[in-house]
Ligand binder design. Structure first.
Ligand SMILES: Cc1cc2nc3c(=O)[nH]c(=O)nc-3n(C[C@H](O)[C@H](O)[C@H](O)COP(=O)(O)OP(=O)(O)OC[C@H]3O[C@@H](n4cnc5c(N)ncnc54)[C@H](O)[C@@H]3O)c2cc1C
Length: 383
């Protein structure tokens, strides 16, 4: 195939959408997705692994399926990115590029908190969610703690959705009165970037269900023998069953390439996702985008998706020498599964001044079915 070589690093949400969009705009150019994993695991369905409505395998699709769309796929570990030379290394193969889209997400780093490697269940992986589901089926009563370890973490609604789903499952099993559920978090309120109204909306979902939330609580360590976590200030929080959101960090290869800035994530133009390097774009969870109110854009699939669409349109316009697309203006949304077959929705503009303008829609069956419809659409459209 003639034309330009476009490499898309990562076959997660940003990478898969970018590659599909690029292919729809460009017929002659070579588009290659590279991922260490053979399959895409769709995190939009992850909450349903926790209540057994989906298995890890059911939410996976092979990335080799991209080939039938005219997108090449290479499975391998990206071990270096050299912006000045316009090349990358995948295992022992060197690949040159004309345009590079980096969508390598966020690495999960439980090992960075003392004791965390040897206790509890990581609910930010599909396997961890399956393990959590199995534990919930046999739990007989006691304290379940959902620990949000560090800032930032992806999908700020997910731990609250997890708490609501745990509550629902235990009610269905008839043992809810024998269980305390507590979220322990550094956050002053749920989803703090989205503003106080969003925080209140989440509290109004969890409080009536008897879920306690311990805010402004910075976790310093976990004790796997005594089954408790310690907070800054010395207080300890006991648990019988621990589910945790581990600390996140930018992929090592992105750090080694010198792409990260202060805070350890990649500074990009909020509208175009351009970096300081020509023809090199970084999208999704790897980015650091400061909002007008000084907070950072949350890490979520919806933003990776929007970033991917913009960057694909920009690269296509550059290659075709046509007009540049409108920049990304910060719109986003997020379903919030509440268990009981209902879901809420947060929707609005995160780039609004002086603060994000986010509207919360009350949980309903219709929104739950909307989320299921979105899952089906996503697989059909992109994989
Ligand atoms: C439990 C849970 C629920 C969530 N629910 C939602 C939701 O409902 N809505 C929503 O908007 N967001 C949700 N998210 C967040 C969403 O998953 C992320 O924000 C989104 O996937 C980010 O997209 P990305 O392309 O930046 O990174 P990812 O989708 O994480 O993709 C990164 C890819 O890069 C690959 N990779 C990493 N390093 C290398 C390397 N060195 N070499 C080769 N490949 C590499 C990985 O294998 C991965 O496939 C959820 C996340 C979790 C954990």
């Amino acid at each position: 195939m003639a034309g330009k070589a476009i490499l898309v690093l990562g076959g997660g949400i940003g990478g898969v959408v970018a590659a599909n969009k690029l292919r729809s705009f460009l017929k002659e150019d070579r588009i290659t997705v590279i991922d260490q994993s053979p399959a895409h695991s769709f995190t939009g369905s992850y909450v349903w692994i926790l209540n057994g409505k989906r298995s890890a395998v059911q939410v996976e699709r092979n990335l080799s399926g991209l080939v039938k769309k005219g997108i090449e796929f290479v499975q391998g570990n990206v071990s270096s990115i050299e912006p000045a030379a316009g090349k990358i290394q995948v295992d022992d193969i060197e690949l040159g590029y004309d345009y590079l889209v980096v969508s390598l997400g966020a690495d999960l780093e439980p090992e960075t908190i003392p004791g965390l490697c040897c206790t509890g269940i990581n609910i930010y992986t599909a396997d961890g969610l399956e393990a959590a589901y199995r534990e919930l089926l046999k739990f007989q009563g006691g304290r379940i703690v959902i620990a949000i370890c560090r800032k930032p973490y992806k999908c700020p609604a997910a731990p609250y959705e997890a708490a609501l789903i745990v509550d629902d499952m235990l009610r269905r099993r008839g043992i809810r009165t024998m269980v305390e559920i507590e979220i322990v978090t550094w956050e002053p309120a749920p989803m703090p970037t989205a503003g106080p109204a969003m925080g209140e909306a989440i509290v109004s979902m969890i409080k009536p269900r008897g879920i306690n939330c311990r805010n402004n609580a910075t976790i310093t360590s976990f004790d796997p023998d005594l089954n408790h976590l310690s907070l800054e200030g010395g207080e300890v929080v006991p648990y019988d069953l621990l589910f945790y959101v581990p600390p996140h960090g930018c992929a090592q290869v992105v750090r080694d390439a010198g792409l990260t800035g202060e805070g350890g994530w990649v500074p990009v133009d909020p509208g175009t996702l351009a970096t300081k390097h020509e023809n090199l774009f970084v999208i999704g969870d790897a980015t650091a985008i400061k909002l007008p109110n000084g907070k950072m854009l949350p890490k979520a699939g919806v933003f990776a998706h929007k970033h991917a669409e913009i960057v694909a349109a920009e690269i296509a316009a550059h290659i075709k020498r046509s007009a540049m697309p409108e920049p990304y203006l910060g719109e986003g949304y997020c379903f919030i599964e509440t268990g009981k077959g209902t879901a809420g929705l947060a929707k609005g503009n995160f780039y609004a001044k002086p603060d994000p303008r986010i509207e919360a829609r009350k949980p309903s069956r219709l929104l739950h079915w909307g989320k299921i419809g979105f899952e089906k659409y996503w697989f059909w459209k992109y994989l």
